[in-house]
Design a protein around this ligand. Sequence first.
Ligand code: NZQ
Ligand code: ZN
Length: 415
Amino acid sequence: MTLGGCVSPFMRNGIPNIQKKERVIVLGDFQYSNPTKLYFGEHSLEGLNQELPRYGKNVLLVYGGGSIKKNGIYDQVLDILRANGKTVFEDAGVMPNPTVEKLYEGCRRAREGKVDLILAVGGGSVCDYAKAVSVSAYCEEDPWEKYYLRMEDVDNRILPVGCVLTMVGTGSEMNGGSVITNHEQKRKIGHVFGDNVFPKFSILNPTYTYTLPPYQMKAGFFDIMSHILEQYFSGEDDNTSDYLMEGLLRSLIHSTRIAVKNPTDYEARSNIMWIATWALNTLVAKGKSTDWMVHMIGQSIGAFTDATHGMTLSAVSVPYYRFILPYGLPKFKRYAVNVWDVSPDGKTDEEIAAEGLDRMVAYMDEIGLVRNARELGVTEEMLEGIADGSFIMEGGYKVLSHEDIVAILKESMKA
Ligand code: NZQ
Ligand code: ZN
């Protein structure tokens, strides 16, 4: 194991994940801490009673388009807030892929309510948005420019965030990621904030995810898989993180197969919820390089189409991994054998690696994931723009050119 430094997903302080092409990666020692306290399980909402007394009276309750009102989570949360004597200000209507305009509105609400805590009740979009408001409400500059275009650190007051998670996939419940979309500029950009912006606590009740529409549930499943693969397919050293990720992937494949057939299987849904958190709570990225190119292309597709995040990743992944396979053959072989149980006997490395990806394709089709970008509204006319909007990361097995991205997108449109 080459002990690499703390390599954050996407970008940090304007510095993308940069590793040398020859992949001799010695980035120095790293620090590890994760400040988010988790409450997990069927009775985990009780944890709110423990957390709320730590914060002042004014709470900004942030949620999405109304699913929490239909499934009763809203009422449960409001009862606990009231029982704890909180004054509740509401900020509803956070859309999937939250926009910069909504962020400005949230900042106004947070300031007007002089809020002491932002409580996000929803999926990754609501949690991401809450973090964006937390760092932006008292920011004297335009937060889009400061945090998302210039990738600067926070130097103003940060409002604490807590999460009640209702959709599984992003890992936003235990990380500093916050992705905001600017439709006018056709840019969807994630800033990975430091651990002072991580949620102070997150409540993870697997039964809250039962009401997810199948499309969202499956998109979340692939988002988890993609987070793991983005961190797995980079580097070639003997790294503990890679063994951890193989275990997470095997458990994910096993549990998602059960959950698509029986969405209320508690064992499967709780395993998936826990895997999602560990897939992107910074642990498995420690001590190794990471890629994130699938996310960069997927986010750019999102900026053009507003498509569901996980499905943008599933549409791009197979053509991307087939494209980079020759540059990372040993790892693709290891993936085939250790994750997909491909027998290596009597086969060349290329054959083993290709069979691993074939099994991944069969799994994706079994689960019902989008593999053709056309299904997300991508058209030929958009391809150059999507490639332009994709940040080029350098931690993967091949640094992509603009033409490479266009070729990968064209492959997806043939799938
Ligand atoms: O808005 P409501 O009515 O609540 O409906 C939501 C929304 O339409 C619905 N939903 C959520 N929980 C539900 C439910 N419907 C029924 N029952 C429930 N229990 O699901 C829809 C999608 O929700 P959303 O929050 O958008 O999904 P997700 O969790 O996938 O979040 C996507 C956002 O997170 C970003 C993505 O780019 C995207 O903007 N990401 C954040 C990351 C991070 N913080 O580290 C990393 C990820 O790679 C990702 O980029
Ligand atoms: Zn993702």
